[in-house]
Design a protein around this ligand. Structure first.
Ligand code: SAH
Length: 242
């Protein structure tokens, strides 16, 4: 089944015969930037109902409507994997969120660690990056980006049945691998900031029963590289690349 090239995330429920009203921003993108006309096709997804072919019914630079016709791809959810990461500089934090959405993280949790430099994040901007990444990579799922929370508080409230894979730079070069982690249905990955983890954090993490510390090889990776590498490693060994 051919799929329209332009993909748009909407909040609206999607099924045959639905009419989707466009926001001003969406109308501007479709009609001013992409220069679509009535009758042209757009692929829509809302994160729940798969991907649908829709046709422009009418449109101007300020608004418009799309008529939903048929499903072009089923809903595909990623494995139950969270990414916990310590935010770094703005552009590199944006990169981590974009890549995590592409790599199939189900939920993205920015965490403040002892050596996290950034004290605030723009959650709405990061969520918009996740939406854009899903639009671009053909995904039908958009991970939720949470507000920044202290790592210690996230660990205090940790659900015992979720295994946490801890990318521990102190294990650089070690053979300690993900394969050693017990089976689990729910997972999370934790990567640190440019300064790495503090001794106190490392001691606490290593002592928690749900934590598996792992090495990401013989080189120290930058924080943004480490997040992508850990996601790739997990998807290949435990996730949906198998
Ligand atoms: N400044 C620290 C390195 C921080 S790297 C130092 O020199 O020790 C940023 C984060 O990436 C780390 O906290 C860790 O989560 C991850 N990371 C980078 N390289 C890694 C490796 N080889 N093994 C495991 N984790 C790694």
């Amino acid at each position: 089944m051919s799929r329209p090239k332009i993909r748009l995330h909407v909040e609206h429920p999607l099924s045959q015969g639905q009419t989707v009203d466009l926001s001003r921003e969406q109308a501007n993108y479709l009609f001013a930037v992409m220069r679509l006309s009535p009758g042209d096709e757009v692929a829509l997804f809302n994160g729940r109902d798969g991907e649908w072919r829709a046709r422009v019914a009418d449109g101007s630079k300020r608004g418009g409507t799309l008529a939903v016709e048929e499903q072009t791809a089923p809903q595909q959810d990623p494995p139950d994997l969270w990414l916990l990461f310590a935010p770094i500089k703005k552009a590199r934090t944006d990169f981590i969120v974009e890549k995590a959405a592409e790599m199939g993280a189900a939920r993205i949790l920015p965490v403040q660690t002892d050596f996290t430099n950034s004290e605030r994040i723009r959650q709405d901007r990061l969520q918009a990056h996740a939406v854009e990444a899903a639009e671009q990579c053909g995904g039908t799922y958009v991970p939720t980006v949470e507000e920044l929370r202290p790592l210690s508080a996230v660990l205090d409230a940790w659900p015992a049945d979720r295994r946490l894979v801890f990318a521990d730079e102190a294990l650089v070069g070690a053979k300690r691998a993900l394969a050693a982690a017990p089976d689990a249905a729910k997972w999370a990955i934790l990567t640190g900031p440019e300064g790495g983890f503090s001794d106190a954090e490392r001691t606490r993490l290593r002592g928690l029963p749900f934590v598996t510390p792992i090495s990401l090889g013989p080189r120290i990776l930058r924080a943004d590289t480490a997040a992508v590498a850990a996601l790739a490693l997990w998807q290949a060994e435990r996730g949906d690349w198998r």
